[in-house]
Design a protein around this ligand. Structure first.
Ligand SMILES: NC(=O)c1ccc[n+]([C@@H]2O[C@H](COP(=O)([O-])OP(=O)(O)OC[C@H]3O[C@@H](n4cnc5c(N)ncnc54)[C@H](OP(=O)(O)O)[C@@H]3O)[C@@H](O)[C@H]2O)c1
Length: 352
């Protein structure tokens, strides 16, 4: 990793990297990729990896510690204490990700957290003028064009704040990556079970995709070559598939029969009521020609990013993997029927 910033370290020095979100999907992939770079990197530098977590005793934190990652207890929403963490570590590189999808989280909290990270970095840089870290923020594909989607808008605001506070790159250098739909969603909420998987998207909507594995590799590549990835934005995508095409890929790779079904109308109805933002995002992604240029832009990284087929081979080990986990469909159905029944009961007895 060439050090553009704090102190003029020469090749063979030590680079300290601080990862926010290392216990999560993207951050852990960043750590994985940095571990690879630890074995071999362009500038033959020693890489020390630090990770901030609110719980340094969690299972995931323990696992990271076992991989020679230095765990630091901290909360990014607290500017003063996070600035102190920076002061102690004096990182050359910082990766951060924000999310509304945590306990007590919301889109406005996500934005506050992102601003707090930037404020802490700014404070640290102002009091340590010799140190100029390189900061990578993971936003979301098409954050600006689709900023009307609340959790895209919050990330776009963080991007702007990161840029503004860099004071034309005098305080710190920065780069924004904008990943699209995670292939890993097929191992989480859209995981095939009993040969079927479901989701909100229409079966024939094209969707740009990237694996978190490649998000990690992309971030590590930027951190190794910060001069090439400076004060800009990279939309990050590796494949473009519909859900039906994904089903065909899963089926062919493991010689089985996997099918996609859009969730039924009553579940869609519930999503619209209870997680309206997600339903709105789905509608926008369906009409918006999502991240048209992303696959081309990502070639800049010179990495062989995994296609969905390659990712499937890597992540699903046998065709049993598409069958074993229990589908949540029954659960959603029970919730749906209970709610509709409850509403019907309420109107019948109290509103008539
Ligand atoms: N799924 C998709 O297709 C997709 C596509 C593009 C973008 N995104 C975006 O990706 C983001 C989620 O990324 P992810 O999946 O990597 O997240 P994740 O797996 O849910 O992990 C969240 C991480 O954030 C850390 N964190 C949260 N609040 C913190 C705080 N106050 N202080 C310190 N650390 C904190 C957590 O650490 P501790 O719990 O250990 O403290 C955890 O490591 C979302 O914003 C989403 O919109 C998702």
């Amino acid at each position: 990793m060439s050090t553009t910033s704090n102190t003029s370290k020469t090749s063979g020095g030590t680079v300290r990297v601080l990862v926010v979100g290392a216990t999560g999907q993207q951050g852990s992939a960043v750590v994985e990729a940095l571990k690879e770079k630890r074995l071999k990197n362009r500038y033959n530098e020693k890489i020390e990896i630090y990770a901030v977590s609110r719980d340094v005793n969690s299972k995931k934190s323990e696992e990271l510690r076992a991989q020679d990652v230095k765990m630091v207890e901290g909360d990014i929403s607290k500017v003063e204490s996070f600035a102190k963490i920076l002061e102690n570590i004096k990182p050359d590189r910082i990766f951060f990700v924000t999310t509304p999808y945590i306990k007590g989280g919301s889109v406005s909290k996500e934005q506050q957290d992102g601003f707090a990270v930037v404020d802490a970095i700014t404070k640290y840089c102002k009091t340590n003028t010799g140190n100029k870290p390189y900061v990578v923020f993971s936003s979301v594909g098409d954050a600006e064009r689709l900023k009307d989607i609340p959790h895209f808008g919050s990330k776009f605001e963080i991007e702007k704040y990161l840029k503004k506070n860099s004071q034309n790159n005098t305080l710190y250098d920065y780069y924004v990556i904008r990943p699209v739909f995670f292939m890993d969603n097929f191992k989480n909420f859209s995981r095939p079970a009993y040969g079927k998987f479901s989701g909100l998207l229409q079966p024939d909507t094209k969707m740009k995709m990237i694996s978190t594995y490649d998000i990690g590799r992309a971030v590590a590549t930027c951190m190794e070559n910060p001069k090439d990835y400076k004060d800009g934005i990279l939309e990050l995508a590796a494949d473009d598939k519909t859900m039906n095409e994904a089903a065909i890929i899963f089926s062919r790779v493991w010689n089985t029969n996997v099918q996609y079904k859009r969730i039924p109308w009553f579940q869609m109805f519930l999503v619209n009521i209870f997680v309206h933002e997600i339903a709105y995002m789905t509608r926008r992604l369906e009409e918006a020609q999502y991240c048209e240029e992303a696959m081309l832009a990502s070639k800049k990284l010179n990495l062989n990013l995994l296609t969905l087929k390659e990712w499937t081979k890597r992540e699903f080990k046998t065709n049993d993997d598409f069958y074993k986990k229990k589908s949540n469909t029954w659960l959603y159905s029970v919730i749906g029927i209970t709610l509709i029944g409850g509403l019907g009961y309420y109107y019948y007895y109290y509103k008539k």
